[in-house]
Design a protein around this ligand. Structure first.
Ligand SMILES: [Zn+2]
Length: 391
């Protein structure tokens, strides 16, 4: 179980940690915690401008408990210390651009100084969590009660096809090795592959040590051609597992980039409400779900809302995509004045606020950690980090 250190369990005081379940918790190595998060939202999926990942602390650090937040601020670090947490997991990276000094001149610098001084590690899981369908946008869709949720703008180049030729008797172990390393997942199915039997030929030259056949003579071997699909970041792991299980000295295999989209990787999401709602009723539902006193939106079109597109945080870049996907409404944040014109009367554009749209990301993170690491303590911050106030 991800290298738990269970000797000498740390007891965390449930009084100072109100969301803690009454049980003992293990300390864990930081790298084992981040591995769980990065299996879910691989860092390679973050946008070019982003800086997700471990920002403060050593991967070898033994962690007692994590405090989960949307932003890592000075107040959040102070709360972590007070509650016995030595790791802050935040959606937004505290270090976003390069720093030339850390003197305490800005809030970011003071946050870092406090964290380092008090041995609190900081980890950010930002656009990589935006870009998986089970991430930030899944939580927003769930809060709106959407069904049939799909990625709004799939990220290209995410899928590879692996074809390998294996002597028939070894086809099954090679298949199993590739599946175990993560190949063969298609939607709700796993262990997907195609096999076809044929004949392979080869002739071993000087220095060869063939598994079958004689050196210097052409050998014909009954082989199975196995095809499977994989997510590009898994390439190394899958190919290594395949090579390890394959009996040949020189393995014949091909990797093809696919033009197909990965259904679970990309920006934004789109789904449908169980019942169409009048626009005013839809906006009231959004206000209630996200506890916002006001929403900035474009003119109502007098049409019911059923297909809803959404993107947590700054989502102006997906307005065109939401329109072409046939959304009746697009819920996002950080829209500028001129970007509201982009609705062009084709949908209802709603800006609910950046913090508001992503506020439940910490609940999502906590649930994932509790699910995958049930003996590790992950608490929700009680600090409201939203710098924007509405009166
Ligand atoms: Zn954000």
């Amino acid at each position: 179980m991800y290298g738990h250190v269970c000797e000498g369990w740390e007891k965390i005081d449930p009084v100072s940690s109100p969301d803690l379940r009454p049980q003992s918790h293990c300390t864990m190595r930081l790298s084992d915690i981040t591995r769980v998060l990065e299996t879910w939202a691989p860092p390679v999926l973050q946008e070019d401008y982003d800086n997700s990942g471990l920002q403060v602390g050593s991967p070898d650090k033994e962690v007692k408990a994590a405090l989960v937040a949307l932003d890592c601020t000075e107040e959040v670090v102070a709360e972590a210390v007070k509650r016995g947490c030595d790791l802050v997991i935040a959606h937004h990276p505290v270090i976003f651009r390069g720093l030339k000094s850390i003197t305490g001149r800005t809030g970011v610098e003071r946050t870092l100084l406090a964290a380092i001084k008090q041995d609190v590690a900081i980890y950010a899981i930002h656009t990589n969590l935006d870009n998986v369908i089970t991430g930030v946008n899944a939580e927003i869709a769930a809060r709106l009660g959407l069904q049939d949720v799909q990625v709004l703008d799939p990220k290209p180049g995410q899928l590879l096809k692996l074809v390998v030729f294996v002597p028939n008797a070894h086809a099954e172990p090679v298949r199993t090795a590739m599946f175990s390393a993560g190949a063969g997942r298609v939607g709700n199915y796993d262990e997907c592959s195609f096999g076809h039997e044929g004949q392979g030929t080869f002739r071993g030259g000087e220095g060869s040590n063939a598994f079958v056949g004689k050196k210097g003579e052409r050998h014909t071997e009954p082989e199975t051609r196995i095809e499977t699909v994989l997510h590009a970041p898994m390439e190394r792991a899958v190919v290594q597992a395949m090579l390890k299980a394959h009996p040949y000295e020189e393995v014949a295999y091909d990797l093809y980039p696919l033009a197909n989209n990965h259904p679970g990787i990309g920006s934004g999401a789109i789904g449908r409400l169980p019942e169409p709602l009048e626009e005013a009723a839809f906006l009231a539902k959004v206000k209630a779900a996200f506890n916002v006193p006001a929403i900035k939106h474009t003119a109502m079109r007098g049409k019911p809302v059923e297909r809803v597109a959404l993107c947590g945080g700054s989502g102006a870049f997906l307005i065109g995509r939401a329109k072409s996907a046939g959304a009746d409404a697009y819920v996002t944040a950080d829209l500028k004045y001129h970007e509201f014109f982009g609705a062009e009367g084709q949908l209802l554009l709603a800006d609910i606020g950046h913090y508001e749209s992503e506020q439940f990301t910490m609940h999502l993170l906590q649930r994932h950690l509790r699910d995958k690491l049930p003996t590790f303590a992950a608490h929700l911050t009680e600090t409201v980090t939203n710098p924007v106030h509405i009166c």
